[in-house]
Design a protein around this ligand. Structure first.
Ligand code: NAD
Ligand code: UDP
Ligand code: UDP
Length: 320
């Protein structure tokens, strides 16, 4: 039997966080969800609010937080380029002050703390596929830097808190993740293409669509995060978590249009500045340390995501 733990999930009302809260509750743990609802919504956790082991707190992680917990998953941070570039200074503050506060909390209560880092720490990578020892190629001055450098500095803080204060840390480098509860207006490629296809609008390809990404279904990702949290203290990461199946943006558009039906058209738009050309995780380390690899094929995951957006677009709009 699994012993009950008190688990803090920052960003718990977001896309990945809400799935994580659900899984932790299903395993019998107590979950404290902390979120400022910048990109997350109460709708995402509405089905959890009546659960006796679930508690939701409105709080911004750039401010100190005094609670008693055994484990912390630090997911609070806008994740899509549209959202993290909306208020770039707040994005950097969220990554850095948020990490500092969660590390200070972990130090005080002797909790384990897991940082949701990102493949963006590799920038526009010159090494392919990306392994954890690659140090990255980030433009520190560009429009993505608030996110990339914020996350890089958060990783630095994690490793310094381990070295200086012996805090038990875990760092996951998450690659593009998709699934139900993605925000329909977050501008990410999967949500954009599905919403556009379902609404009979042209599918917007940035650049030539030859750039690649590798998409991991959210259930697989959450499983990887939880396995990483459960590793012995000497395992700190960073560990890449993502699906190594790499496809071009153009191919993704074709797949989604085929699933949504009704011959949608394509529309070319300019490629955003600093948009990474290729991205694909090397997940050998995750396989070895966690016995983990993604199980959900792209076709199945996309089908489930299309079904989610289809149902959502038929609902009347809510305040969120
Ligand atoms: P999301 O935007 O759906 O979730 C982020 C959550 O954090 C939201 O609920 C938001 O309201 C909350 N938040 C933002 N700033 C906050 C603050 N200052 N205080 C408290 N809460 C705050 O994004 P997501 O896709 O669920 O991403 C979750 C985490 O995973 C993020 O840290 C992101 O950087 C990381 N990640 C995601 C992906 C991906 O493809 N989705 C890839 C790499 C890394
Ligand atoms: N902190 C927090 N919750 C706690 C303990 C600390 O939010 O339970 C914050 C604290 O306000 C500080 C940060 O975490 O801003 C780092 O804390 P630490 O004790 O490492 O540093 P110090 O307070 O000595 O600067
Ligand atoms: N993209 C696109 N059309 C869109 C949204 C995104 O062609 O409507 C491209 C974008 O330029 C990038 C890729 O899809 O090359 C993934 O973009 P996303 O914002 O989802 O994630 P990230 O760039 O952070 O990996």
């Amino acid at each position: 039997m699994i012993s009950r733990k008190r688990v803090l999930v920052t960003g718990g009302a977001g896309f990945i966080g809400s799935h994580l809260c659900e899984r932790l509750l299903a395993q019998g743990h107590q979950v404290l969800c902390v979120d400022n609802y910048f990109t997350g919504t109460r709708d995402n956790i509405a089905h959890l609010l009546s659960h006796p082991q679930f508690e939701a707190m409105r709080h911004d992680v750039t401010f100190p937080l005094y609670v008693e917990v055994d484990e912390i998953y630090n997911l609070a941070c806008p994740a899509s380029p549209v959202h993290y570039q909306f208020d770039p200074v707040q994005t950097t503050k969220t990554s850095i002050s948020g990490a500092l506060n969660m590390l200070g909390l972990a130090k005080r209560v002797k909790a384990k703390v897991l940082q949701a880092s990102t493949s963006e720490v590799y920038g526009d990578p010159e090494v392919h596929p990306q392994t954890e020892d690659y140090r990255g190629s980030v433009n520190p001055l560009g429009p993505r830097a608030c996110y990339d450098e914020g996350k890089r500095c958060a990783e630095t803080l994690f490793f310094d808190y381990k070295r200086q204060h012996d805090v038990r840390i875990k760092v996951a480098r998450i690659f593009n993740t998709y699934g139900p509860r993605m925000h329909p207006n977050d501008g990410r490629v999967v949500s954009n293409f599905i919403v556009q296809s379902l609404q009979g609008q042209p599918v917007t390809i940035y650049g030539e669509g030859t750039q690649t990404r590798s998409f991991c279904f959210v259930d697989d990702l959450v499983e990887g995060l939880m396995r990483l949290m459960d590793t012995p203290d000497e395992v700190t990461g960073p560990v890449n978590l993502g699906n190594p199946h790499e496809i071009t943006v153009r191919e993704l558009a074709d797949r989604i249009i085929a699933l949504c039906g009704e011959g949608a058209s394509l529309e070319k738009r300019p490629l955003p500045q600093d948009d990474p050309t290729r991205r694909c995780p090397d997940i050998s380390l995750a396989k070895r340390l966690l016995g983990w690899e993604p199980k959900v094929p792209l076709e199945d995951g996309l089908r489930r995501t299309v079904a989610y957006f289809d149902a959502r677009l038929r609902q009347p709009a809510t305040a969120d």
